[in-house]
Design a protein around this ligand. Sequence first.
Ligand code: FAD
Length: 487
Amino acid sequence: DGVVYWMRMQDMRINDNTALSLASEHAQKAGLPLLVLFILSPQDYVAHDRSARRVDFTLRNLKSMQESLSPLNIPLCTFLHTPRTTLPERVIALLSQWNATHLFANIEHEVDELRRDIKVCQLAKKGEKVQCAFVHDKCIIPPGVVKTKEGRAYTVFSPFFRAWLPHLEDKPDPLAYRPAPQANNESIRSHDTYGKLFSMPVPEVVEGFELAKDDAEQMRTCWAAGEDIAKEMLRRFLYTKSRSSQMGEVDPLAEGAKEAEKNPAKDSRIGKYNVARDKVNADTTSRLSPYLAAGVISARECIRATVVLYGNKNGKVDASRETGIGRWVQEVAWRDFYTHIVANFPRVSMGRPFLEKFADVKWETNEEHLQAWKDGRTGVPIVDAAMRQANTMGWMHNRVRMVTAMYLVKDLMIDWRLGEKYFMETLIDGDLASNNGGWQWSASTGVDPAPYFRIFNPYTQSQKADPTGEYIRHYVPELSQVRGDGP
Ligand code: FAD
């Protein structure tokens, strides 16, 4: 008999991982072996526009997890499965092959994933052998907890945040249990069924999702894998100050955040976040999104560390927009907000606008314009710089995500779904809830959106976000000789 934790693309960590903690606790108590299962499903990646960069990041994080789990005597086994329609049967077959009695996983809120997991539960029930537990983990406050007086989901952020915050403060959540080493390591490693799983390699690549050599190197430089790196990124945001003129990759290990932990900078990145966050020519935000999207660090841990460092003695932080700390907590709450929306309004993960009255808008279908936008060749400098940043780094600053999205939808009048798809295919931090939320905000079709008549002027946005033009000169070399304060 055994216990299986089924890890997915959004919970790739051992620390503070609800399903893994529960699985480990159960295995310890029952004296059963625990193993971690990961299934690569290329057809799902195609269906969900997963970028090759995100798939590569997944493989790199799997390797890192395997290295962390091995000393705990917990095997991590990675399988590749097609077609995606039979994935539930495959899971059940593996469980039966391993004689497993318990399956634990964190809930994924998107429609296809929910359907898949329901099928797994149904098959398990039929077989009467395996008990399944699918638990909440992605959000700081799980969907369904924060409700209006009428018991409905919030669809406007500000009241959502006001209702969300007390949950955070009332019940400082304990760190989910880190899996304990499996006892009796010899017998597990020499076990007929489990022993050979320790030597299962993580594939180097998933066919159809190969990265060009240069790109693979660039991704490794910009976004190293592993929980330690994610923690270092968090530390650097909490303790060290931003360096201007830093637009490309960052090396979190070189910034001395560990040292700064003893003596945090007064003007740390988080401290200045409310005033500096919109500047794209400096490295002012946390850059944690790839790690949060893949679950390499939990959002709970980010907030917990913030409260410990900057909260008052009652464990409360000043959550107003006027402080850097408060503003950051609010931004992280947007992630919860959009995930709650996906959980409560499944239509948004099926390509439909949240505001259904906009379902019949006739969008332009100019392929040339779309391609120029993708390539960063629109002739609008800030749009081009931002798209080129996305194309080279797999990441883009929030302000220019809004600027480029609005430009596609409201200047070129192209369907927001095409932009949403391109971001998913290009970014390393692609997350359905946040990406869809951001696109529908920009297109004015979503929850709490920009009103339809609000159209960003890319030039005034550019003056505010990149006042010296440094960001543009960095990413658009054609303009590298242009100087001055504009017209
Ligand atoms: P910080 O400013 O340091 O914020 C910390 C964390 O809070 C982020 O890592 C992220 O997890 C969360 N967060 C911040 N702002 C938002 C927001 N507006 N919505 C939801 N969560 C937020 N974010 C993604 O993680 N994946 C996406 O695919 C994605 N697509 C987007 C598409 C559009 C059109 C827009 C406008 C926004 C999108 N965002 C997305 C949200 C936001 O732009 C990024 O999370 C942010 O730029 C990441 O940088 P950071 O980690 O330095 O963020």
